[in-house]
Design a binder for this molecule. Sequence first.
Ligand code: TXA
Ligand code: MG
Length: 363
Amino acid sequence: MKTRVFRLEANASWHEALRVAATALRNGELVAFPTETVYGLGGHALDELAVRRIFAAKGRPADNPLIVHVPSVEALRPLVATIPPQLPLLARCFWPGPLTLVLPRSSIVPDVTTGGLDSVAIRLPNHPVALALLQRVRVPLAAPSANRSGRPSPTQASHVLDDLAGHVAVVLDGGSARVGVESTVLDLTGELPTILRPGGITREQLAAVLGEVVVDSRARALPNGDIEASEPVRSPGMKYQHYAPQAPATLVEGEPPGVWQGLCDLLQMQGAKRYGLLVSREGEEWLRQCELPPGAVILCLGSRNHPEEFAQHLFSALRTMDEKQVEAIFIEGISEEGLGLAVMNRLRRAAGGRIVAADRVGR
Ligand code: TXA
Ligand code: MG
C-alpha cells in the first residue's frame, strides 16, 4: 500500500487532505492523525474490519482495547449504556483535552474495539486537525498511538512513517505534538474514579474537580508495585516492557544531587562503547564535573522542575537513541508530582524494570 502524506499548515487549506482522509476512513482504511498528546492510528470504530486492520498494522495484542475518539459530548451518547454522574463536570473541565474516560459501553461498539470488555474508552482530543477530521468523517474513530506495538509513541509524523509506512493509507502531518505523553485514562465504571494510566491531565487536576480519585497501583509502573524493592533488579518478565528503545535502558531514581551522583557512579561501571544519557538540564550541568567514560550521546529532556518539558521530549529522545545505535541507555528520573507521574510511568516502562534507587548504586 502506498501511504499518502499531507502536511497541514496553520494558514493553508486542509480541504483536500480532509476529503481524502475521510473517504479512506469511510472505506475502512486507516489514517494517522495528530492529537495534542501523540499521533493516533485512526480507523472507523464501529467497523470491525477497520478495527482489525488497526491491530494488524500495529502488531497489537487483541486483548488491549482501543480509545474511541469523538468530536463532541453529544457524539458519545450512542456509544455508552449510561452516563456516569461525574461525566458532565469532567467534560466541562477537561474536554477537549488529554483525558480518556472508561464508560459502560452500548451494543453498537464492536467487541474487537473494546477487546471484549463491557466498557469503552472515549476521548475528545484537543487538536485542530483531529477535531476537523472527526467533524468531517462523522463516525467515531478508534485510535491507538500510531507506533508499532512496544515502540515509543510517535510525537511527529516522521515517527509514524518510520513505524507504519505502507500500513496506513494516509498520514496527516500536523507538526510536533504539544503534550508528548498520552491521555490520562480514568475509569468511571467502578465505585470511585480510578486512574488506570497517568497522562496529560494530572491526578492533582482531577482531584481538584472530583474530590477523590484513586490511582491504580499499576499506573506507577513499579516492578513490584514498590520502589523500595527495586535495587538493580532485572524485570521478571516482559509485562512492563513498553515504549522500549532497542538498547537496554536503566532508570535512576532519587532526589538531586544523589540521583546525579548515582548516575555518575553507574556510568563509571558500565561497559558500553557507545551509550546514551537522558538527563535534565540541571543534571547535565552537574555531570560536567563527573568524569564520564567516552562514547556518550547526551540528550537533555528539560528542567527537573518542568515535567511538561520531559513529557514533550521523552519519546522522540528514545527514538533518537535507536537511530544513534547506542548499546545502553541511562535515564535520570524525576519527581512524580503533576505531569511527573505520567513521565515516570513511561520511563519505568521504557526501562522494562531496570530501575535503580540512586542511594543503592554499587551496593
Ligand atoms: O493520548 C492518547 O490516549 C492516544 C491518542 C492517539 O489519543 N491514544 C492512545 O491509545 O494512547 P493507546 O491504544 O496507545 O492506549 C490506550 C490505553 C491502553 O492502555 C488501553 O489498555 C486503555 O487505554 N483502554 C482502552 N479501552 C479501555 C477500557 N475499556 N478499559 C480500560 N482500559 C482501556
Ligand atoms: Mg500506545
